[in-house]
Design a protein around this ligand. Structure first.
Ligand code: 5RP
Length: 261
C-alpha cells in the first residue's frame, strides 16, 4: 500500500467508513460487490474483529463472500437470512431520485435480489457516479446463455421504441470468452447514452424471454453516501429529502489498510 491513498480511494473509503454509522449489533447485512463495496467489507470486518460486533453478512458475489470470510465476517445465504436489515453496495450511476445503474462488476442479479430483500439500501459512492440522467454508463442486462444472440437482437429491437439515445449492445467479454456471472449467465451491455424513462425501460427489458434481470435499480436505494477525496462525505436521504455533510477522520496506519499492497 502506498503512503497516501489516491483521492478516488479516499472517497470510496470514507463513504464506506461513514456507512458503518448505520450498522447495529445483531443486524443481517447485505454485502455489495465492487471496489467501493470492498472498502465497506473491510470496515465491517474491522468492527467485528476489534469491537466484537455481532452481525451476519449475505454476500452478493463469490468475490465478496471470499473477502468477507477473510475479514472474519460470518457469511450466510439469503435463504438462511430470509430478510435483511440493511444492504450496503456501490453503484455505477445514481440520479437525483437515487435510481441506479448497477452491474458494472457483473453481480447485478444477486445485488438486486439482496437489496430488494432489505429494510434499507445504502449506496456508497464517489462523486463521479452522480448524474442528472442515467445512461452514460452502459446498462448491464443479464441473459441466459441459451440463444443469447437472439435475446440480444430482441433487446436491440425493443430499444427502438424506448426513450433512449443509443440502441447498440455488446456481449461482455472476459478475455477471448464471454463473461460468465456467478449464476452461469452472460451480460449484454446496452450503450444507451441517455435513458429518458428508466422505470419503463426496467419493466420492458424484463419482459423479453432470455433476459434474467437488468441493472436498473428503481425505488430500491434509500440513502447515498458520497465520499470526497478530501475526506468529506455528503449523505442524501431520499425518504426525508435531507442532505447533510460530515468528515471522516482516519489514519493510514489503521489495521484496515494492513494487508493492502
Ligand atoms: C457490481 C456493481 C458495483 O457496485 C458497481 O459496478 C460499482 O463498482 P465500483 O465500486 O468498483 O465502482 O454494481 O455489479
Amino acid at each position: 500500500m502506498s503512503d497516501t491513498l489516491s483521492p478516488i480511494d479516499t472517497a470510496k473509503f470514507v463513504a464506506a467508513k461513514k456507512a458503518m454509522d448505520y450498522v447495529e449489533d445483531g443486524m443481517k447485512i447485505g454485502l455489495g460487490t465492487g471496489s467501493t463495496a470492498e472498502w465497506m467489507v473491510r470496515c465491517l470486518g474491522e468492527l467485528v474483529r476489534e469491537e466484537g460486533l455481532n452481525i451476519v453478512g449475505v454476500p452478493t458475489s463469490s468475490r465478496t463472500a471470499e473477502l468477507a470470510r477473510q475479514q472474519g465476517i460470518r457469511v450466510i445465504s439469503l435463504d438462511e437470512a430470509k430478510w435483511l436489515d440493511l444492504t450496503i453496495d456501490g453503484a455505477d450511476e445514481f440520479d437525483g431520485e437515487l435510481n441506479l445503474i448497477k452491474g458494472g462488476g457483473g453481480a447485478l442479479l444477486q445485488e438486486k435480489i439482496v437489496a430488494t430483500a432489505s429494510d434499507q439500501m445504502i449506496v456508497i459512492s464517489d462523486v463521479s457516479k452522480q448524474v442528472d440522467t442515467l445512461g452514460a454508463f452502459p446498462l448491464p442486462v443479464e441473459v441466459i446463455p441459451f440463444g443469447w444472440q437472439t435475446t440480444k437482437a430482441l433487446v436491440e429491437e425493443t430499444l427502438v421504441a424506448m426513450e433512449v439515445l443509443g440502441h447498440q449492445s455488446t456481449l461482455r467479454m472476459n478475455g477471448e470468452a464471454a463473461y460468465v456471472t456467478d449464476e452461469g449467465n452472460h451480460i449484454i451491455d446496452l450503450h444507451l447514452q441517455r435513458i429518458g424513462n428508466a422505470r419503463q425501460l426496467a419493466l420492458v427489458l424484463n419482459q423479453i424471454p432470455g433476459v434474467v434481470e437488468n441493472g436498473l435499480f428503481i425505488d430500491i436505494c434509500d440513502k447515498v453516501i458520497i465520499g470526497h477525496g478530501d475526506g468529506r462525505v455528503t449523505i442524501r436521504d431520499i425518504i426525508s429529502g435531507e442532505e447533510s455533510e460530515d468528515r471522516v477522520e482516519f489514519e493510514e496506519s489503521e489495521n484496515i489498510f494492513a494487508d493492502l499492497d
